[in-house]
Design a protein around this ligand. Sequence first.
Ligand SMILES: *Cc1c(COP(=O)(O)O)cnc(C)c1O
Length: 232
Amino acid sequence: MNTSISENIAQVSTQITRACQLAGRASDSVSLLAVSKTRPAEDIRSAYACGLTRFGENYLQEALDKIEQLADLPLEWHFIGPIQSNKTRPIAEHFHWVHSVDRLKIAQRLSEQRPADLPALNICLQVNISREESKSGCLPEQALELAQALSELPNLRLRGLMAIPRATEDEQDQRRAFADLRQLLERLQQALPGLDTLSMGMSGDLIPAIAEGATIVRIGTALFGARVPKNA
Ligand SMILES: *Cc1c(COP(=O)(O)O)cnc(C)c1O
């Protein structure tokens, strides 16, 4: 048993509960997605032993290896990294959620490749909410038309929006970006009332994200410690 992971989980859970109280929200209205990229399968076992069941991965091959090593556990796998169009099949076959869909072509492939014996694949539309040149995600003004197209694909279930706002320490700026994403979801909900998910907030900004309505926070560092860069 890894004591630092269990202590970190307790701390993050307390932060989520407090942020929900401050925002006047039920504490079960936010779900904790543990971002386990670059972490060994053993860390995921430790987190599972502490009650976590939802894990987020960015790198496909690494994720597939861990999914296989952990097939004995009832885990829910979320793909949160950039998607190459020639890599959609294993994502459609092995994941429960994909947060990083930002174009129709990728969604069409995921829908076509989703195995018939599995439930619809939950997806979020990723939005480049801070309009950064280098970032994935559709532009906010493209979101409605794209969401309508995604919601018609038979083997996908569009759940809502995901964003990674511009990195900043300024809590006002953090909140503004999260508020922008929430307001965009509210506009989409007028056409697509089934949308129920705002995937936003990471280790450094989960409190403002929850204040602005996050329903899934994606937390890596605060649970597992600092990551060693891939090419170090
Ligand atoms: C790595 C990653 C996270 C987790 O970031 P931390 O700062 O380690 O909590 C969340 N979302 C995405 C899309 C990521 O790539």
